[in-house]
Ligand binder design. Structure first.
Ligand code: ADP
Length: 389
């Protein structure tokens, strides 16, 4: 919570000091001015919750200062308490009376009365600060909701396009098969249809998984599994992508078994997704690597590439659903920005973490997954062996 500022104006230093001592409390900063001019200067620099003005001062007196304050947009609503010596002061008409809280307090000052009046303004200011903070939070939440809503609209539009293409291709293929019958051409059509169908099913499966996760309906089938088995399944399932991209693929896996209590299929899906992305976002001839090792109580799996990299400002958002780097769209191969969101959720369900590192555009990317080892499985020796495919 920000400090609350009170302004005390009195030409006598002794009065200022005793008022300050009287008002002292946590969270309060007392600003002291020996003249109206000094006070106006302080008011320019600080947001003041209450001004205590001595009425009788040489030069600009308390009433004149108050009139100045009321005439200025920035200071017109500052509550004022006049400290007056005699009842004659009360007679004086103060023109700014109607614009804000004004009160009078008689000298000699009764400490309890002054303190309780000042506390009211302190509390009011605090409440106003809280309201402002809540308003800011609400505004941020509204902005986030609006963004999410816009993303969802964009996503639906993209999804529409993505579903239409393979569906049209499948329809066209069927039509051709009906007309042409068998033969080599038919085989090519069938292969193309199979590719479209697998793209379509992957899209639909990812979508279903995302909604299962957000509804809390995705449960893991955990069992004691060995990390290398999982990695092998992931590599095998994605070998066609890696080969099609013309990349050098490098594996570095631990020699000793690394045991996890994990869902084999889901973990392979995580690594497969990262490998698939590495292949997609790395131009031909680049290098994709899969490294795994045991670090303290975790299995650490790193999928790195020498591809197009991820801009710094996108790295924090890359695991959010629908997040895609604008310049990468041409390489997304029909991806909709749900893969990494799903990966993150699946890793979290395993009690693990995922992080990304990239030096920026053209500098490659590296994704690090950490999954806790199975209970009682830590302490193995990690000896890495390298195999180049
Ligand atoms: P998509 O289906 O678009 O690939 P993902 O959720 O898998 O969706 O990835 C989100 C975005 O992150 C991608 O659109 C791409 O911009 C960026 N990205 C993911 N992996 C990499 C990578 N290895 N190199 C560069 N950019 C990547």
């Amino acid at each position: 919570m920000e400090q609350v500022h009170f302004l005390l104006v009195d030409d006598l230093e002794g009065n200022l000091l005793s008022l300050e001592a009287l008002l002292r409390r946590d969270g309060l900063v007392v600003l002291k001015a020996r003249s109206g001019e000094e006070a106006l200067e302080l008011l320019l620099r600080h947001d003041v919750a209450l001004a205590l003005l001595d009425v009788q001062m040489p030069g600009m007196d308390g009433f004149e200062l108050a009139e100045f304050m009321r005439g200025n947009e920035r200071t017109r609503h500052i509550p004022i308490i006049f400290v007056t010596a005699g009842s004659a002061d009360r007679q004086r008409r103060f023109r700014g009376y109607e614009t804000g809280a004004v009160d009078f307090i008689q000298k000699p000052i009764e400490p309890d009365i002054l303190r309780s009046k000042a506390n009211v303004f302190f509390d009011l200011h605090r409440q106003r600060q809280q309201l402002a903070a809540q308003r800011d939070e609400l505004e941020a939440a509204t902005r986030a909701l609006r963004d999410a809503d816009r993303h969802k609209d964009e996503f639906l539009a993209m999804l529409g396009h993505e579903l239409r293409n393979p569906v049209a291709a499948l329809g066209g293929g069927l039509h051709l098969l009906e007309r042409r019958g068998g033969g080599e051409r038919a085989e090519a059509i069938r292969a193309q249809m199979a590719r479209q169908l697998s793209h379509l099913s992957r899209l639909v499966e990812d979508l279903l998984d995302i909604s299962r996760v957000s509804e809390g309906k995705l449960s893991l089938k955990r069992e004691r599994i060995e990390l290398k088995e999982v990695l092998r399944s992931a590599v095998e399932a994605n070998r066609p992508h890696l080969e099609a991209g013309g990349h050098v693929f490098v594996e570095q896996l631990p020699a000793a078994p690394v045991w996890l209590d994990a869902d084999h299929t889901r973990l392979a899906q995580v690594i497969g997704n990262l490998l698939n992305n590495a292949a997609k976002y790395t131009p031909a001839g680049g290098r994709v690597s899969l490294t795994a090792r045991q670090v303290a109580g975790d299995a650490e799996i790193v999928v790195a590439d020498t591809g197009i990299g991820i801009p710094q400002e996108m790295q924090a958002r890359i695991f959010q659903i629908f997040a895609q780097v604008e310049d990468h769209r041409t390489r997304a191969q029909g991806g909709l920005g749900i893969g990494l969101a799903l990966v993150k959720q699946l890793v979290a369900l395993h009690g693990g973490t995922i992080t990304v590192e990239s030096g920026g555009p053209g500098e490659g990317s590296s994704f690090t997954v950490r999954i806790p080892l199975a209970a009682g499985a830590s302490g193995g020796v990690d000896t890495g062996v390298e195999r180049v495919d």
